[in-house]
Design a binder for this molecule. Sequence first.
Ligand code: SF4
Length: 393
Amino acid sequence: MTDVVVAAATSGDRSERPAGQDAAEVASLIMELQAVGLRLETEFANSRRGGAGPSDSGMLWIDGVPVTVPPNSASPYVLRAEKNGQAIYLDDAKLASVSNTTRPRFYDLTTADGIPYHQIALLHLDSLASTVVQTCNYWGNSDQCGFCGIGLSLAAGRTIAKKTPAMLAEVAVAARDLDGAVDATLTTGSSVAPDRGALYVSRCGQAVKEAAGLPVEVQFEPPQDLRVLDQVHDMGIDAVGIHVESFDPAVLARVAPGKARTGIARYFETWERAVELFGEGRVSTYVILGMGEDPELTAERCRQAVDIGVYPFVVPLRPVAGSLMEDIPAPSREYTELIYRKVAGFLARRGLSADTAVAGCARCQACSALNLVQQQQSKPLLQISPRPAGSTR
Ligand code: SF4
């Protein structure tokens, strides 16, 4: 293993997070931005287009908080270049500083056989992320998940179809040493194999962990035989994401027919076994808001998931250009905040938070304000400004 030399060239520093009133304002701003997006007067230095799941966004540190924000030319909020970086403005009022948005250094490296590192993995704020198999048996047919862009980045030549454990290990060491990556989040398209791709993504995670020493989350669909989870655990994986995407069965059938056939009950069975192996808080699921779901049912199922030790990572829909749902607007800040508040209460009562997640999306939190709301739960969130009419995506 290479000695750890963390340059933190591109990652922000979570210890710089604001406290008290300032933290409430940042939480409020982030919910606004994730609802209406950000108009760009300068470029995102680090962004992601396509990939598995709801993905398109710029990646920023806003006052020390990692955030992903979709670009939107109609947003009243503007990303503007400043002498020493970037900042977010509403009209002429500066709302927040944006820091450490330089291009990751490891993106300039290539493997010995000429594959650019950035086609193998990307840096999502301080997490190394890769879709290790960029194909999915649901893609391109009637089962395709409406919010997903896994085939888009492959078709555009921004990535390669399959990453090997050795490639990922090599890139992980560079991302850790050159750019301060603190964990790895590895996902995969779903497979027709009985393990649904869980074992391959876990072998990749094992290689990353052995080479770079980073905590690793791997993400996959419920395997046919739950003993696969034991094999994943035996490989030293720290956390797993098994993503139901929506708790509303009617919505799941409409937006993710392949996952709907698995059935929500099977997700709960899989999570229960996974929690036995990995521990409470180290098993998570994406729950995407804004797809027409019943909010009461969604909150109730989140409570049931939390009650068995699962972290429901609640995120607003992020329309991906080129995906089946590219024209569906993100949900309003008011709607997501309502669900965040309920789920944050469940998590707090169970003693779960981003800290207990150890690795992966629930640890990173950049695509959601859930953990910020949990931290602020006892205080009223401030309204920064009413959003101008017609600005909602
Ligand atoms: S299962 Fe759905 S979200 Fe996951 S990669 Fe396949 S199409 Fe995308």
